[in-house]
Design a protein around this ligand. Structure first.
Ligand code: PAF
Length: 291
């Protein structure tokens, strides 16, 4: 049976005791409303650790004032049943007031890689993510933490934060899980209405177009980006925010697609803000999908 814990102190004590008993601990931080992407992280954690902990917490500090914190989909009962199904041991579901005792004053800021891509459109978002993940890592002192590659910038920001702040935790980035038609799984896909759902496949189609050009030998970012934008423009319901090709370390735009690269895009489709990406290694040997 999956055990539900709301109290941060009880959670920390429980994980601490498991570690004392020699167990390895895998942790999957989430905002709930599970889909197969979340389940794939839990399954990976299950395969690699003795104890699997999942947190479900819709974190207010990573939402901007005009974003969807209130409407963000929530269904704890369903989530618990799904977690149970894949063999999760503990679910941490804290209250906002226990995570952010008022007045709350301490934040974690990762500089230089949080102002671009999604950070440019969601000011303060990564400050909220870095802060809550720091708190969660203290409350759930795991050996490994699992994040989805769909939120590539988030995963790279957390990996850098873990390095810079000497967290004793391994960050494992797991492949994006997609619907049959290519749409990346996201809790926000529930916002898509009618025609928007079909139109949303343009994001993945645009990434596939980029990959096809790369496979043909094209390395100029400008040419690839132009083709990606063209694919997006075919769908009037898709309103792109950004389409970029950057390196995976500094997230700086690349003129040529070489080394470890992130091809990332964000777009509004109806009420939903969707993101998707490809993380690739491009070298003389060919094109390899990361992670
Ligand atoms: O990816 C998410 O669901 C959230 O950003 C995270 C990492 C759980 C932090 O709130």
């Amino acid at each position: 049976m999956v055990r539900l814990i709301a109290d941060p102190e009880e959670m920390r004590r429980t994980v601490h005791e498991a570690r004392q008993a020699g167990k390895t601990v895998g942790f999957v931080p989430t905002m709930g409303y599970f889909h197969r992407g979340h389940l794939s992280l839990m399954e990976r954690a299950r395969a690699e650790n003795d104890l699997v902990v999942v947190s479900i917490f819709v974190n207010p500090t990573q939402f901007g004032p005009s974003e969807d914190f209130q409407e963000y989909p929530r269904d704890l009962e369903r989530d618990l049943a799904m977690a149970e199904e894949v063999g999760v041991d503990l679910v941490f579901h804290p209250r906002v007031e226990d995570m952010y005792p008022q007045p709350y004053r301490t934040y974690v800021v990762v500089e230089g890689i949080t102002e671009t891509l999604c950070g440019a459109f969601r000011p303060g978002h990564f400050r909220g993510v870095a802060t809550v993940v720091t708190k969660l890592f203290h409350i759930v002192p795991a050996h490994r933490a699992y994040f989805g590659a769909k939120d590539a910038q988030q995963a790279l920001v957390i990996r850098k934060m873990v390095e810079d702040l000497n967290f004793d935790i391994e960050v494992v980035i797991c492949p994006t899980v997609r619907e049959k038609d290519g749409l990346a799984m996201s809790s926000r896909n529930v916002y898509l209405q009618g025609e928007e759902r079909r139109a949303a496949t343009a994001l993945y189609a645009s990434l596939c177009a980029a990959r096809e050009l790369l496979e043909k030998g094209e390395r100029r970012s400008s040419v690839i980006l132009e083709e990606m934008r063209r694919v997006l423009e075919r769908e009037p319901l898709v309103r792109p925010e950004y389409v970029e090709i950057v390196d995976c370390i500094d997230l700086k735009p690349l003129e040529r697609v070489e080394g470890e690269v992130l091809i990332a895009l964000a777009a509004r489709v109806g009420k939903a803000r969707l993101i998707d990406n490809l993380m690739l290694r491009v070298d003389e040997g060919g094109i390899f999908l990361l992670p």
